[in-house]
Design a protein around this ligand. Structure first.
Ligand SMILES: NC(=O)c1ccc[n+]([C@@H]2O[C@H](COP(=O)([O-])OP(=O)(O)OC[C@H]3O[C@@H](n4cnc5c(N)ncnc54)[C@H](OP(=O)(O)O)[C@@H]3O)[C@@H](O)[C@H]2O)c1
Length: 257
């Protein structure tokens, strides 16, 4: 699909992967809208990119999502690309951590329920344009689960399944469904992981290429190798990832103590 002249909403576009995607769309002459919960982060994004449009919106709250879409409809009239990017990653021990359930609930509320609320609210606008797309930023851990991020991995597995089914439900419509599975990306969200990471810009560039070539499911950098290892032996792929994260967390603990 074309990557210029669109109206694009990126949830969680005020930092990390979302901000890099916002910049990539701005560079290609699209109208870009971002949302997030922290007004200061949104204001900073506006200072960096004055042409960006911002909404204060917690996607885990359906009333805030619906208010944002009412405003988008009246201010812009259309929307033809939705990027479901907002997400939260927590590292914890489900057995021993007292906050495990609170952490897990927050991950499910934003990563999974929030994505459903936004997607449902966006559909009337997306269905009303000749060419449109829903992009979901999942993760390779949705396919190869990580015990250090067990509920996070579960939410991403659910988003992978949701994306595949939604793609089929929307087959006879103008809405194409894309899924991006990054490996570790160099953002604030995973600063406690000391391992090699791709840059947010690499994720944004891969997404733009996928849109242009109608490549609906993409894996980036090391995520590709893990995907193929998983096809060959799921247990082996899980073992590789478990070892990598355990080493990365230990290495970081050494650096910070
Ligand atoms: N970093 C990685 O290694 C990695 C790997 C694979 C996939 N991903 C995925 O990439 C996406 C972006 O992550 P990131 O690494 O760029 O993290 P990040 O830098 O922490 O950015 C997350 C963004 O989401 C927003 N956000 C979080 N909860 C929200 C909510 N309830 N409502 C609205 N906005 C919310 C944050 O803004 P506010 O705090 O202001 O709300 C922020 O703009 C996530 O879906 C993540 O799972 C990341």
């Amino acid at each position: 699909m074309k990557t210029n002249g669109n109206t694009v909403l990126i949830t969680g576009g005020s930092s990390g992967v979302g901000l890099a995607i916002a910049k990539a769309f701005l560079d290609l002459n699209n109208r870009v809208i971002i949302c997030g919960r922290n007004p200061e982060k949104l204001a900073q994004a506006s200072r960096t990119y004055p042409e960006i449009h911002t909404f204060l919106c917690d996607i885990s709250k359906p009333n805030e999502v619906n208010e944002m879409f009412t405003a988008i409809k009246s201010q812009f009239g259309n929307l033809n690309i939705l990027v479901n990017n907002a997400g939260t990653i927590k590292f914890y021990d489900f057995i021993h951590d007292e906050d495990a359930l609170t952490n897990g609930e927050q991950e499910i509320q934003t990563n999974l329920l929030g994505t459903l609320y936004v997607t449902k609210a966006a559909l009337p606008l997306l269905l009303n344009t000749p060419e449109s797309a829903i992009v979901t930023i999942s993760s390779i851990v949705g396919l190869v689960p990580s015990p250090s991020m067990l509920v996070y991995s579960s939410t991403k597995a659910a988003l992978h399944s949701f994306s595949r089914s939604l793609r089929q439900q929307l087959q006879q419509t103008p809405v194409k469904v894309f899924e991006v599975m990054p490996p570790f990306v160099n953002t604030e969200a995973v600063k406690q992981i000391n391992t090699s990471k791709v840059s947010p810009t690499e994720v944004a560039e891969a997404l733009i290429k996928a849109l242009r070539t109608n490549n609906y499911e993409i894996r980036i950098g090391p995520a590709k190798a893990l995907y193929f290892a998983h096809r060959f032996s799921p247990a082996k792929a899980e073992g590789i990832l478990k070892q990598l994260i355990a080493t990365a967390l230990k290495a970081k603990a050494k650096v910070t103590t």
